[in-house]
Design a protein around this ligand. Structure first.
Ligand SMILES: C[S@@+](CC[C@H](N)C(=O)[O-])C[C@H]1O[C@@H](n2cnc3c(N)ncnc32)[C@H](O)[C@@H]1O
Length: 283
């Protein structure tokens, strides 16, 4: 049975979590603190959530503990080619436009950012589609010269796994077609490693969207900001879209998750809704 959190402890931890990573927890999320942070209370050797808060707050040497708290509180749920439509839009609309710009010497690179990439399935899915697109053009070598994909996430453990590119059976079964499994993964015991021809296209970095600073990343042609703003407050969403809009190149593209929208938070984007799904383009 998990340890119980008092109202006071809940408020302290909720404010600390929002301050640290922008994730907002309503009062009905006490179970989340209890379920996800009980193990950390035990590991830290303290007796209550209040003591855990004080330990996190007072010791400057607690970066490691803070990382563990962020890891425990974030939801890293993800899958390969999630919702499919972003990848169809990449192949059918965005890669052709950007590839043409490169052949006309208006651009030299395609820079793509997966801004909350969890354990890496999203940026690797993008990389597979990019390589397929260039192979279809008979121009595989240019893919490695022209396409840069950056995957970032706040979670230390998620980024470590993403960088390693190793997945278990359950993860492999989530959205990955069999022919991609055969072509782009190498079996290692009961796990699968992403092959180097895909890994080379992607770099990973721990990055907290709460502390996004102009000029530190980008600019990008395409940003995937999927299934993450749902956890953020309205004011954080507004500030984040403002910064994201400055990190996109003119007429750059952005994908949000299903059920996520810029409406009410930003006027910087046009909504592009086609039969495949919705994506946004900088005005
Ligand atoms: C539900 S996953 C979505 C993963 C992927 N984008 C997808 O759509 O499948 C949400 C991710 O957002 C990350 N996250 C939450 N708050 C964040 C923040 N402040 N900065 C960066 N990443 C954050 C979590 O660690 C988690 O990996």
């Amino acid at each position: 049975m998990p340890l119980r959190v008092t109202n006071h402890e809940f408020k302290l931890l909720r404010d600390l979590i929002e301050d640290k990573c922008g994730i907002t927890l309503n009062q009905d999320k006490t179970y989340l603190i209890e379920n996800r942070l009980s193990a950390l209370v035990e590991k830290t050797g303290v007796k209550s959530f209040g003591d855990l808060y004080l330990t996190l707050k007072t010791s400057s040497q607690n970066e490691g503990l803070m990382d563990l708290m962020v890891d425990a509180i974030t939801t890293n749920e993800t899958l390969w080619f999630r919702d499919q439509y972003p990848y169809e839009i990449l192949i059918n609309s965005l890669f052709p436009v950007l590839y043409k710009k490169i052949s006309e010497r208006k651009r030299s690179k395609i820079n793509i950012w997966s801004a909350a990439c969890s354990t890496g399935q999203e940026p690797y899915s993008i990389a597979i589609k990019a390589l397929e697109y260039y192979r279809g053009k008979g121009d595989e070598a240019s893919c490695y010269e022209q396409v840069n994909i950056l995957g970032t996430d706040i979670s230390h453990s998620a980024i470590s796994q993403a960088r390693r590119g190793r997945y278990d059976m359950a993860e492999m079964q989530r959205g990955l077609p069999q022919d991609y499994k055969n072509s782009y993964f190498k079996r290692v015991g009961n796990k699968w490693d992403v092959v180097d021809s895909i890994k080379r296209l992607v770099t990973f970095k721990e990055y907290n969207l709460k502390y996004l600073m102009n000029g530190t990343l980008g600019p990008f042609d395409i940003i995937f900001l999927r299934h993450v703003i749902i956890y953020f407050s309205d004011s954080f969403k507004e500030a984040l879209f403002d910064k994201i809009s400055r990190m996109l190149l003119p007429k750059g593209y952005m994908f949000l998750g299903i059920g996520e929208t810029v409406q009410g938070y930003s006027n910087a984007f046009d909504t592009n809704a086609n039969k495949r799904g919705i994506f946004y383009q900088l005005k």
